[in-house]
Design a protein around this ligand. Structure first.
Ligand SMILES: *[C@@H]1O[C@H](CO)[C@@H](O)[C@H](O)[C@H]1NC(C)=O
Length: 189
């Protein structure tokens, strides 16, 4: 005797209904999340694209991550006194001897080492502007132009941040020159 009592039939129908609801919900959810992800990707892409055209971001933003950073920070602390690291970038521009030595190291274009061009690119200056400073090289050092522009745009930038970029560029020779700046303006007097 088959037991197709009304209760059994109700049970079967309920089970089928529950399974249907679960399957349909699953399909709908996966479609929604896929669309959401595509939308999110598109938004991310759009945000990223407009980044390129928007206002230049502070150079310090470009130095936030990566194991290189950790390494250079360690060596940097050995090379540069903490007081000097926190000194404003203007200190470099004010010390004409140090500035001149940096100019002689970094301005000459060389296929083997990173130069003022690389420094400027790291600080988000456009290639046309860098080329312009190099075209005016006879009247003003491109490095001086870059440091002045950085100092004007981001007055909070420190000697330590410049040193970090230079170390990251493989120019520890330039960092060593920075290290010779007097650590405190009072000691410079
Ligand atoms: C900048 O100058 C270099 C050569 O010195 C050239 O290859 C490059 O195309 C120039 N870039 C711009 C944007 O003018």
């Amino acid at each position: 005797m088959s037991q197709t009592t009304p209760a059994t039939r109700l049970y079967v129908w309920c089970s089928v209904l529950v399974i249907l609801v679960v399957v349909v919900t699953g399909i709908v959810l996966s479609l929604v999340s896929k669309n959401h992800k595509q939308l999110q990707d598109r938004l991310d892409l759009a945000a990223h694209d407009s980044d390129g055209e928007s206002e230049l971001s502070p150079p310090s933003d470009r130095l936030e991550d990566g194991p290189v950073e950790v390494f250079t920070d360690k060596t940097l602390n050995e090379m540069l006194a903490p007081g000097l690291q926190e000194a404003p970038l203007q200190r470099v521009l004010d010390d004409l001897d140090i500035l001149e030595e940096l100019v002689m190291l970094l301005d000459p274009e060389s296929p083997n080492s990173r130069t003022t061009r690389h420094l400027a690119a790291r600080c988000s200056f456009p290639a046309t502007w860098i080329n312009y400073t190099y075209s005016m090289r006879d009247s003003k050092s491109p490095l001086k132009a870059v440091l002045e522009a950085v100092s004007a745009k981001w007055p909070d930038w420190t000697v330590g941040q410049l040193a970090r970029v230079l170390a990251d560029m493989g120019r520890n020779d330039a960092v060593k020159i920075l290290a010779r700046l007097p650590p405190d303006s009072r000691e410079a007097l």
